[in-house]
Design a protein around this ligand. Structure first.
Ligand SMILES: [Fe+2]
Length: 357
């Protein structure tokens, strides 16, 4: 059985019920093709309004099953990643407490932390759907550490890193701020801006972290190097070493992107979290000088993919659906409000205030 559907209803992950030919008779897409965003964009650009798709076999959890079909991810219930995330944050808390009280971290503690989340992160398409609320329920440093591990794995996954490297990258992401456990909590949790001496103290955390991680026998030297270098900038203006470009460790370059993005999209005492697309905009700008351009591009692509089809609230108060992503100016996609389309690229006075959760 098949049904007719408008392309703008974004039937992502659904299967085509018949072959589609171009106007000059060339086969564009074969029957049975699982529809991805790029296919729908291609059809829209060629002037197609509707297509025929096979009837959905599983209507109850369409989004998850769409992803399963489209990219080979296993179907997951919505609870698995948040639960794994919470348990990993708890393990992280114990680890940080041990370091603060002068103990060494054990290898199996680190392995437990990453093993708890690793498979779930790989198999979950839109990690933000599950993490956004949860991320702000715990102490910032703890939830931020695990979130950076999660995002680093997502970036590494899209860069095609092999399984061993990907897991070690996740470990480095989780441990990137472990050096903060050596700094006074009054400074770490200070709600306002830091003064010069406090800032100087905070800037020591990559070196403290390197010393801590070096004591653990983790096998991959990239982990300790990434912890040491995650605040280095492409233009050499970072700290603690001031190294630049390709001289910065490959894990550190990925973690730096994840670190900035997670900080932007988290609630902080002095500002509210930024919507994902606005934060992607900042990453675009930061990739000229501060952040690694390739790792930045991979994260932006991921954010653009997972936000297409999502509902947003505009500055006008209207609810809209993101229809077509904008690679150059991520916060300004084409959106649909009811039956009307609005291109935020040209309607510069209107912006996205946030996503409908
Ligand atoms: Fe840091």
């Amino acid at each position: 059985m098949f049904i007719r559907t408008d392309i703008t209803s974004l039937p992502l992950g659904r299967r085509l019920a018949q072959d589609i030919y171009s106007f000059d008779g060339q086969l564009l897409m074969s029957k049975g093709r699982v529809l991805q965003e790029s296919h729908l964009q291609q059809l829209l650009q060629r002037g197609y309004d509707y297509i025929y798709i096979l009837e959905d076999e599983n209507k109850d959890d369409m989004h998850e099953s769409q992803i399963s079909e489209g990219s080979g991810f296993k179907s997951l219930t919505n609870e698995q990643l948040p639960k794994a995330f919470s348990t990993s944050v708890e393990s992280m808390r114990q680890m940080m407490d041990r370091v603060s009280s002068g103990h060494m971290i054990k290898t199996d503690e680190v392995e437990e932390c990453i093993d708890l989340i690793y498979d779930h992160v790989l198999q979950t398409y839109n990690v933000f759907k599950h993490l956004q609320d949860l991320r702000n329920k715990d102490e910032y440093t703890l939830q931020h550490s695990v979130s950076v591990g999660v995002l680093s794995i997502k970036i590494g996954q899209s860069l095609g890193l092999d399984a061993d490297k990907l897991k070690n990258l996740g470990v480095a992401g989780i441990l990137h701020d472990v050096g903060k456990s050596m700094i006074s909590l009054d400074i770490i949790n200070k709600p306002g801006p830091l003064d010069a001496s406090e800032f100087q103290e905070v800037q020591k955390h990559p070196v403290y972290g390197y010393q801590i991680v070096n004591e653990i026998k983790l096998g991959d030297h990239n982990i300790a190097q990434a912890v040491l270098q995650h605040h280095e900038h492409q233009d050499g203006n970072g700290y603690p070493l001031g190294v630049r470009g390709d001289k910065i460790n490959c894990f550190a370059r990925i973690i730096a992107v994840a670190d900035v993005f997670d900080a932007l999209t988290s609630d902080r005492p002095y500002r509210s979290r930024m919507p994902l697309l606005q934060a992607a905009d900042i990453i675009v700008k930061s990739s000229c000088g501060q952040l690694d351009p390739l790792a930045s591009r991979r994260l932006i692509s991921y954010i653009l993919d997972i936000t297409t089809g999502e509902k947003v609230i505009l500055s006008t108060g209207e609810e809209a659906t993101v229809i077509l992503k904008n690679e150059v100016d991520p916060a300004r996609p084409l959106v649909r409000i009811g039956e009307r389309f609005l291109d935020l690229k040209t309607s510069r006075d209107i912006f996205i205030k946030g996503f409908v959760s």
